[in-house]
Design a protein around this ligand. Sequence first.
Ligand SMILES: *[C@@H]1O[C@H](CO)[C@@H](O)[C@H](O)[C@H]1NC(C)=O
Ligand SMILES: *[C@@H]1O[C@H](CO)[C@@H](O)[C@H](O)[C@H]1NC(C)=O
Ligand SMILES: *[C@@H]1O[C@H](CO)[C@@H](O)[C@H](O)[C@H]1NC(C)=O
Ligand SMILES: *[C@@H]1O[C@H](CO)[C@@H](O)[C@H](O)[C@H]1NC(C)=O
Ligand SMILES: *[C@@H]1O[C@H](CO)[C@@H](O)[C@H](O)[C@H]1NC(C)=O
Ligand SMILES: *[C@@H]1O[C@H](CO)[C@@H](O)[C@H](O)[C@H]1NC(C)=O
Ligand SMILES: *[C@@H]1O[C@H](CO)[C@@H](O)[C@H](O)[C@H]1NC(C)=O
Ligand SMILES: *[C@@H]1O[C@H](CO)[C@@H](O)[C@H](O)[C@H]1NC(C)=O
Length: 451
Amino acid sequence: MATLALASWATNLTYANLTGAVVDAAVKSVYNWAGCAIGGYAQDAPQIAQNTTQIFFGGPPTSSILGSNGSISESFADAQTAAFVNGIAGHVDDYDDTHLATIIHPAGHVASALLAVSEWQGSVSGQDFLTAFVAGVEAECKLGLSVYPEHYDVGWHITSTTGSIGTAVAVGKLLGLDTTGMQHAIGVAATQVVGMQEFFGSMTKSFHVGRAAQSGMLAALLAQNGFTSSLQGLEAQFGWLHVVSTRENASAYFDQLGEIWEIEQNTFKPFPCGIVMHPTIDACIQLHNETLENGKSISSIQTVNLRVNPEVPVLTGKTDPQTGLEGKFSIYHAAAIGLLFGEATPTEFTDDAVKNDTVISMRNKVNVTTDTSVSEDQADVSITFDDGSTLEKRIEHAIGSLENPMTDAELQKKFIDQVSRVIGEQRAEKAYDAFINIGNMTDVGKLRMLF
Ligand SMILES: *[C@@H]1O[C@H](CO)[C@@H](O)[C@H](O)[C@H]1NC(C)=O
Ligand SMILES: *[C@@H]1O[C@H](CO)[C@@H](O)[C@H](O)[C@H]1NC(C)=O
Ligand SMILES: *[C@@H]1O[C@H](CO)[C@@H](O)[C@H](O)[C@H]1NC(C)=O
Ligand SMILES: *[C@@H]1O[C@H](CO)[C@@H](O)[C@H](O)[C@H]1NC(C)=O
Ligand SMILES: *[C@@H]1O[C@H](CO)[C@@H](O)[C@H](O)[C@H]1NC(C)=O
Ligand SMILES: *[C@@H]1O[C@H](CO)[C@@H](O)[C@H](O)[C@H]1NC(C)=O
Ligand SMILES: *[C@@H]1O[C@H](CO)[C@@H](O)[C@H](O)[C@H]1NC(C)=O
Ligand SMILES: *[C@@H]1O[C@H](CO)[C@@H](O)[C@H](O)[C@H]1NC(C)=O
């Protein structure tokens, strides 16, 4: 009954059901995504995707490409293209959000599709937008919990495999599908499973999120027009849960829909790269400062020893990255740039940065040891200088984790920093104001006109 349970919960959800904390988490998740979708548009991946599709397959330009800095008329595409391009742009920097219990990056596909549909159809209030967004995020995260970690461990990119379904629930909610229509939408989305971990460090990782946005949107639109599917797309013998996981327990988690809100567990990334590297970067940035405070030079560092969780080299073990995107999955690169520059922003994950001789030389000094007693949130970093002295740093909870979350001021700084690079500082400030007030808008489709 998993599909019915999810569909019935989502169709019955109202804005009044959302607590203040849920609304707050939803607004943060949406504006953090918007910042990433604008900032990430500077990468080639979303632009190649747009150039490849819009001219040949595009329909009427109803929906915004958020990072476009051209005139208003140049900045719109059909809803499917907009959802695809904004989905890719929002994930390509690996700077988005993380539901740590499942490592799902929940916002990108859901928000990309919802915004595109809101702009296209018109008259969607901020409250309806946030209600649909929360429905989608809860759906995908509960589904993730019911198959994690087995589903992830065989190599699925859980963000997008659950993401098409979360997006279908969100768009279906926005379109006002009834419970049966929602079950069909879930079915059409469930059969479009997309995303494997082989593609981490390439443009295809972000393709997963763009495609999940499109797939989920299409599923909801098809269902709205009477397209049929299975009513048990999740739980049937040959449905999503059994086929993509060796363990599933959807009913255990779907029972908690609306009681335990997964969106309150969403976290935001301070660094644009694979999240398992964040504790190491946090430590290395602090060691950068301490090195200078002790009157030593960074160039006198001889060895860098990391003690990290065993997942770290599995997911981010690239020793010799060749592109900025590969650098986002190299623990060696992460440690090197943290120590060298004392920061980890999009600038430190460009093609130039990974090919820089100073960076390569520091990368080659990094020695990684794994330890099952080190959690994914922790890291021990020890550096040795040429005079034999050492400095050590232990991170218990990396910045950006649930125990050590980014503050509102840090989230604002992150937004302005990445958005200014692409559309300039004036528009960045306006975009920030527009997105943090999304909940009070009477027509979310007008949002792009505010910046
Ligand atoms: C929303 O709140 C109403 C009133 O408290 C409650 O009856 C209903 O079950 C809630 N719906 C959901 C989907 O949580
Ligand atoms: C996409 O097309 C635009 C307009 O023709 C062009 O300026 C841009 O360089 C292209 N981008 C990529 C990454 O191909
Ligand atoms: C599913 O979860 C429920 C609640 O935690 C538990 O009682 C049940 O044993 C679980 N079933 C399976 C098959 O793991
Ligand atoms: C490192 O030092 C810089 C410059 O003084 C400061 O802005 C930054 O907050 C410090 N970072 C940490 C992690 O201590
Ligand atoms: C490499 O980075 C260092 C430190 O920022 C910089 O001084 C140097 O010019 C860079 N080298 C190249 C080839 O870009
Ligand atoms: C790398 O780490 C291992 C395990 O801690 C240690 O035995 C070895 O000496 C280290 N290598 C260097 C070059 O520091
Ligand atoms: C954005 O477009 C404006 C107007 O054409 C231009 O002045 C500005 O330099 C552009 N910003 C960036 C970051 O490219
Ligand atoms: C709407 O505006 C009011 C008053 O400014 C504010 O307190 C509230 O948080 C806003 N709601 C949302 C969801 O943004």
